[in-house]
Unconditional design. Structure first.
Length: 150
C-alpha cells in the first residue's frame, strides 16, 4: 500500500471514530506517527480531502497550528447537487470515475449504478467523439445520470 493510501485511510478512520464529525490533526505529529514527511500529509489532504470529495478543510499555521477536517453532512439530493455543480462544463474519464467513486463510497449509489454510469461515460462509449467535445458530452451525460438518481 502506498504511503498516500495509508495516510488517507488513517484520516478516514479517525473521522469514523469521531462519528464522521470533525477532527483536528497536527501535521508534524501525524507525519511522525506514520513515518512520512509533513509535505506528504499536505499532499494527501489537498488531493483527497477536498470539497469535491465531501470534506471541508481548515488550516491554522504556527506553533500550535492544526488542520481541521470535517466530513460535510449532506442529504442524498444535496450531495448529488454538490457533485453536479462541481463537475463543470467538461470532465475527463478519470475525473468522472472519481466523482462516481465518491458517490459510491458515500452511499449515494449502489455498485451496480456505479458500473452503469462508468460504462456510459467511459472513453470506450465515447470513442467516436473527438476532443474536446468528448469531455463536454461526458459531463452532460454524467450530470443527467446523477440528477436522475435523486
Amino acid at each position: 500500500m502506498k504511503i498516500s493510501e495509508v495516510i488517507e485511510q488513517f484520516i478516514k478512520n479517525m473521522l469514523m471514530q469521531a462519528d464522521g464529525a470533525t477532527i483536528d490533526l497536527q501535521r508534524n505529529e501525524l507525519a511522525n506517527q506514520l513515518g512520512c514527511v509533513p509535505s506528504q500529509i499536505n499532499y494527501v489532504i489537498s488531493k483527497r480531502f477536498t470539497t469535491e470529495h465531501g470534506y471541508l478543510v481548515e488550516s491554522r499555521r504556527g506553533g500550535g497550528g492544526y488542520i481541521r477536517i470535517t466530513k460535510m453532512p449532506l442529504s442524498k439530493a444535496g450531495y448529488i447537487m454538490h457533485i453536479v455543480n462541481s463537475i463543470g462544463s467538461s470532465v475527463t474519464a478519470g475525473e468522472a470515475a472519481v466523482f462516481v467513486g465518491n458517490c459510491g463510497e458515500n452511499g449515494i449509489m449502489t455498485p451496480r449504478e456505479e458500473g452503469i454510469i462508468l460504462s456510459a461515460v467511459g472513453d470506450s462509449s465515447l470513442l467516436n467523439i473527438e476532443q474536446p467535445h468528448r469531455d463536454i458530452l461526458r459531463a452532460k451525460i454524467l450530470k443527467n445520470m446523477l440528477l436522475n438518481l435523486g
